[in-house]
Design a protein around this ligand. Structure first.
Ligand code: SAM
Length: 396
């Protein structure tokens, strides 16, 4: 059985963690983008660069069908609310002809395309059931298709690109950099850590070239020298992950980068990178990642998951610890400051701590108030009952 056939025979737990994050991110993203970016006529684009067959042999949905179902959910929500239907563009790229055939069938079934002739390779089509969900499928190479789109379309509508290859040779950084030039472009990329780490010092020239291209550098000497200074595998991992994140910040001009490590049987297989210029995207992604790991480590380990029984009181105790830790960080950062708004505390939390905003942040503010570390008053001078809406927060 080839690696690819084995991969699609069953959705493995560590791949499922990746897809859960994708699934939790995309609907809120679509809603916020379509509703929030009127400048683009309420349109958004989702690209799945390594789409696979759509459905695994065990019946689990793969990334393109997850994305398509998110679009359908979003469409149905808008219709139920009496809003204009969202204009969603989906591009699915799959290199293997065998997988593409299955992908095509699964897409047709999911949107209930009664006239299969409407499906044309490499062109947008929509079904009668969902006329504003436009889908284009390409049986082609990711680099070629995305490269052509970026050449033909000078400025993209708000877009999200999921990049989920098997190896490190198909995702040259130059392409990611070009894509990220677009103001509202985001990537969610599966960085194949295990192989990259294994081959990074390989003597074969062509492998070296692929890894240099992956990192977007002309040669790898700087990174290799940094690796040589470390003996410990965890420090080595930190060096590689920070180096790639640094490229996303400095070369691809991402404003926010967040990574999530995925282990299989205790070994780091993948590192997922999310890069965006948009704080709302960062906040939404942090929440999606917390849905898979609520410890604040941004790590999923399939080994731990099966051994771990989480009792309710343990979860509550953990949550209280997070609340107190976040409260401490907020207290230090804003110490002595007056007239701080909740938005400012939210921004600090999203950008500078491991925590997402939401329940934990409200808990942290309550904790600070209870311990008289903050004094809260309504901005308009009216009497405050509770909560942190329209208030100034004054820190001790
Ligand atoms: C890790 S799998 C994708 C899994 C899929 N994203 C999912 O979650 O169900 C990688 C897929 O990329 C395809 N592929 C490999 N090289 C490619 C390339 N250069 N361009 C597009 N697809 C490619 C493989 O055939 C395989 O189906």
């Amino acid at each position: 059985m080839s690696n690819a056939t084995e991969f699609f025979s069953e959705l493995q737990k560590h791949s499922d963690a990746k897809l859960q994050i994708l699934n939790s991110y995309v609907i809120p993203w679509m809603r916020k983008i379509v509703l929030g970016t009127k400048a683009f006529g309420g349109k958004c684009l989702v690209i799945d660069g390594f789409a696979g067959q759509g459905v695994y042999d065990d019946g689990s949905d793969g990334s393109p069908i997850i994305l398509l179902k998110c679009a359908i959910d979003c469409y149905n929500q808008f219709i139920e609310l009496g809003w204009a239907p969202p204009n969603i563009f989906l591009i699915f790229i799959e290199g293997s002809t065998e997988n593409y055939k299955l992908l095509k069938k699964n897409v047709i079934d999911t949107v209930n395309l009664t006239d299969p002739k409407k499906f044309k390779d490499g062109a947008f089509f929509a079904s009668d059931d969902y006329p504003t969900i436009n889908i284009a499928c390409f049986n082609d190479d990711f680099k070629d298709v995305l490269g052509k789109i970026l050449k033909d379309v000078p400025s993209l509508i708000p877009s999200f690109c999921f990049i989920d290859p098997f190896g490190f040779s198909q995702t040259p950084f130059d392409l990611i950099k070009k894509y990220m030039k677009n103001r509202f472009a985001e990537i969610f990329l599966n960085f194949i850590y295990e192989e990259t780490n294994r081959f990074i010092k390989h003597t074969n020239k062509s492998i070296q070239q692929h890894i240099s291209d992956q990192f977007g550098v002309t040669d790898l000497e700087e990174l290799k020298a940094m690796i040589d200074e470390t003996g410990d595998p965890n420090t080595r991992k930190q060096v590689i992950v920070s180096y790639y994140a640094g490229q996303l910040y400095n070369e691809a001009n991402a404003k926010h980068v967040i990574s999530f490590e995925i282990k299989k049987k205790g070994r780091t297989k993948l590192v997922l990178f999310f890069a965006t210029k948009n704080i709302v995207g960062l906040s939404t992604m942090k929440k999606a990642m917390w849905g898979v790991d609520n410890t604040g480590s941004y790590l999923y380990d399939d080994k731990q998951e099966s051994d771990q029984i989480e009792f309710l009181f343990f979860k509550e105790e953990q949550e209280q610890q997070h609340i107190e830790r976040l409260a401490g960080q907020i207290e230090v950062f804003f110490s002595g400051k007056e007239n701080v708004t909740k938005n400012e505390v939210e921004e600090f939390t999203i950008v500078s701590t491991v925590y997402p905003e939401g329940k934990l942040l409200t808990g942290a503010l309550k904790h600070l108030e209870k311990h008289k570390k903050i004094h809260v008053e309504k901005i308009d001078g009216s009497k405050r009952k509770s909560g942190f809406k329209d208030v100034y927060i004054n820190f001790e």
